[in-house]
Design a binder for this molecule. Structure first.
Ligand SMILES: NC(=O)c1ccc[n+]([C@@H]2O[C@H](COP(=O)([O-])OP(=O)(O)OC[C@H]3O[C@@H](n4cnc5c(N)ncnc54)[C@H](O)[C@@H]3O)[C@@H](O)[C@H]2O)c1
Length: 709
């Protein structure tokens, strides 16, 4: 692909490590040998000259990295896209490079000041196909790729660099004659590796190992069949030899102290590419998002930037306004860049989940698509979160009804209203009907997450801890939390609010049944959710004093006890329901007795392991889910007590803002349940029986007047 080799080099007269802008420079400030650097550069210069001509760029004081001419710009024919350095330290080189290119008859393109691009360090022409491999992630911004594609009329394949040690593309990727590529795969993200593999057949890919990569084997200059590099292992030399390439080693240890080697020290000036194929411009997409809240305290800004990078995009923070006081909010405007519409769409839906708002020239309208098959949403339907959300319909922002996670949004004109009012409702897939208009894509959707929805890491740390089974537990801390929960329950009860309990049979096995019964009796529980087992074991305990055949007073199995729970199921089935058994005077105490007596509604959802089941257990899971959803509506607080199955089911249908208290002996269950980005979650890793007994004690303490001194 070359017509006579011509390179640009800059003598290392002023070369040194004066600052640290990459991991290689760390610890190397003024540590290099100037003499050795001069000798190494001279040797390289001679080797390059043996394969082509070298133009020399006059060195300048105060710009030590000018020796790395690969970063002067990207040359194609007589055109150059000048570098816009990311680091201020190197920006001082730009005027010198510009002057040289202009004086030597190149047409110079300059990128906007806020679009970093580091020349042929991050952009390498394939030597067989008409395409440019371009890196981004540390120095060059993805945004720059679209300018290059347009100015040079070339197809650009954008590669995402993810290892800081390989901060420029030319440190880990080197196109060779005949379409071979020498590269270090772990320096790229998964998607970029997929791009490389899809564009190059396996026999053209020469992957190097970490040892060779760290010896700068990929930072090579390829002239004909000669590959000039700092050093290569014997096995790499053999592999290159088998492809017809000869390695020429030119040691460059002094330049590696600044993070560069052979390729960095040269810029090819005779680049040309074949044009049989029309270039396809890359579909680089950009969008601006806005974030508002306690962005630093909550770690939200970090989560958002990580999500962009992990999702294969890049970003530019355009504005960051830090709240002046601890309680005031910060605002950030961030440009998100992605290499395709598809990547952008995935990124934006993730960012919306995190609370970002899309910015546009005008408020964008939500896009709607019609359901064409019952129970099936259009392909790119918007998936709801637990956070309050609005959609823009006819220039109006409408708050979603029935906010819950993992639903679609159905937009309807409310017929009842004469003013043709529009509603937007979270709707489960199975409830969608042909003709329903569902929100698709990411336009016109905003999360109206309150700033307070974010918790500081320290707040979270005190909310989640181990009480039992850990050497570092603190009884006092669990007491403090239970005190707070008791206080909340008391307030909810006194103002006529709604507290819900979801409980598993462990509540009974651990002796918590009597405490939960008392909570119901005293009016602290407005609805109870669970499965077949909690009811079976509660009634078994009420009638026989055992739970799963174990005597709860003595903690020992009773003879024939394993049959108890089946006897109980049979008895309730005989009476028709739990309520009928209570009315008949058969069940005279326990959790469900209290529910019936105090008209506290309950819902029992079936499962595959249920015995019986009890007549009250709903075995149609869709009906059971609907019953749960209706009972938790308008809840202020939900206690999720030792049932992974039912607790997760309930948490999934609960919108942000409802206080969730999760109690389980297994920290993984607690973390899963409370790690939903909401401040309103408290996780307690403890025995549920103990928790309930403490809670009842605290509530009693709150209601009893203090003793007179
Ligand atoms: N005979 C029956 O019909 C029968 C019996 C058992 C379960 N089931 C049904 O199976 C389904 C799942 O049952 P599940 O909810 O019990 O099981 P689950 O596995 O979903 O949850 C049990 C949870 O309790 C936690 N736990 C265990 N010991 C604890 C302790 N001392 N303190 C606090 N937490 C503790 C566990 O870590 C676990 O997360 C339910 O629908 C239930 O009704 C039916």
């Amino acid at each position: 692909m070359t017509t006579g080799n011509r390179f640009l080099m800059c003598p290392p007269d002023h070369y040194d490590v004066d600052y640290v802008i990459n991991p290689w420079m760390e610890g190397n400030i003024h540590k290099l040998s100037r003499e050795r650097a001069a000798e190494q550069w001279k040797t390289l210069h001679q080797v390059i000259r043996s394969g082509g001509s070298v133009d020399l760029l006059p060195p300048h004081e105060g710009v030590p990295d000018m020796v790395f001419t690969a970063n002067a710009g990207l040359v194609l024919g007589r055109t150059v896209v000048l570098s816009r350095f990311y680091h201020e330290e190197r920006q001082r080189e730009e005027p010198h490079f510009k002057k040289w290119f202009e004086e030597n008859g190149f047409t110079v393109h300059e990128l906007p000041a806020d679009v970093p691009f580091e020349g042929a360090g991050d952009a390498l022409f394939d030597r067989a196909q008409p395409l440019l491999w371009a890196g981004y992630g540390f120095r060059t911004e993805l945004d720059a790729h679209s300018y290059i594609a347009e100015w040079l009329s070339v197809e650009v394949v954008s590669l995402h660099l993810v290892d800081e040690r390989f901060y420029h593309l030319d440190t880990c990727f080197c196109p060779l004659e005949d379409g071979y590529v020498l590269y270090f795969p772990p320096a790229f993200d998964r998607y970029s590796n997929h791009l490389i593999e899809s564009r190059l057949p396996e026999e053209r890919r020469i992957a190097v190992d970490e040892v060779d990569a760290l010896a700068f084997a990929c930072n090579a200059v390829n002239i004909g069949r000669k590959v000039i590099m700092n050093r290569a292992s014997d096995s790499l030399k053999a592999r290159l030899g088998a492809k017809g390439f000869a390695v020429f080693e030119s040691p460059l240890s002094e330049f590696m102290k600044a993070g560069g080697a052979a390729k960095c020290l040269t810029l090819r000036l005779n680049e040309d590419i074949r044009r049989e194929q029309a270039p396809t411009p890359p579909a680089v997409e950009t969008r601006v998002i806005r974030l508002q809240g306690h962005l630093l305290d909550s770690g939200l800004i970090g989560s958002v930037l990580d999500a962009i990078i992990d999702g294969g995009g890049s970003f530019q923070v355009m504005q960051f306004q830090l709240g002046e006081q601890r309680q005031s909010l910060s605002i950030a405007e961030i440009k998100v860049i992605a290499q395709s519409g598809e990547v952008m769409e995935k990124l934006l839906s993730q960012l919306l989940r995190l609370g970002a708002q899309l910015q546009g020239e005008k408020e964008s309208e939500a896009q709607l698509a019609e359901v064409t098959k019952d129970g099936v949403a259009p392909d790119d339907f918007y998936v709801t979160t637990i956070f309050p959300t609005e959609v823009c319909i006819g220039s109006e922002w409408i708050r979603l009804d029935n906010q819950r996670m993992d639903a679609a949004v159905v937009v309807r004109a409310a017929e009842a209203s004469s003013a043709a009012q529009v509603t937007a409702t979270c709707c489960l897939l199975r409830d969608l009907r042909v003709g329903d208009k569902v929100v698709v894509g990411v336009e016109g959707i905003r999360n109206v997450r309150k700033a307070k929805s974010y918790d500081s890491p320290t707040q979270r740390a005190v909310q989640e801890f181990t009480f039992m089974g850990s050497g570092v537990s603190s009884e006092r801390r669990v007491e403090l939390l239970v005190e707070q929960i008791a206080w909340d329950l008391r307030q909810i009860r006194d103002r006529g609010g709604k507290a819900i309990v979801t409980a598993g049979p462990v509540v009974i096995h651990t002796g918590g049944g009597e405490h939960l019964s008392k909570l119901i009796r005293d009016g602290y529980v407005q609805a109870l959710l669970g499965g077949n087992a909690i009811a079976v074991h509660d009634i078994e305990q009420a009638l026989m004093g055992t739970s799963l055949g174990v005597d709860l007073q003595r903690g020992v199995p009773v003879p024939g006890g394993h049959r108890h729970h089946l006897k109980v199921i049979n008895l309730i089935r005989k009476h028709g329901s739990i309520a009928q058994a209570v009315d008949a005077g058969v069940v005279t105490k326990g959790i469900f007795y209290e529910c019936v007596k105090h008209e506290v509604p309950f819902s029992l959802a079936g499962s595959i392991r249920d015995d019986g089941p009890l007549p009250d257990t709903e075995m149609d899971l869709l009906k059971a889910q609907a019953a749960y959803a209706s009972l938790i509506q308008d809840a202020d607080m939900i206690l999720l007590l030792s049932s992974m199955l039912h607790s997760i089911g309930v948490a999934n249908m609960t919108p942000a803002g409802v206080k969730l208290v999760c109690v389980d002996i297994n920290p993984a269950v607690v973390t899963k349940l409370i790690d939903r980005g909401s401040l309103h979650s408290t996780g307690i890793v403890t025995d549920v029986g103990l928790f309930l007994s403490l809670l009842v004690q605290q509530l009693d303490r709150l209601t009893k007047p203090p003793k007179a001194a």
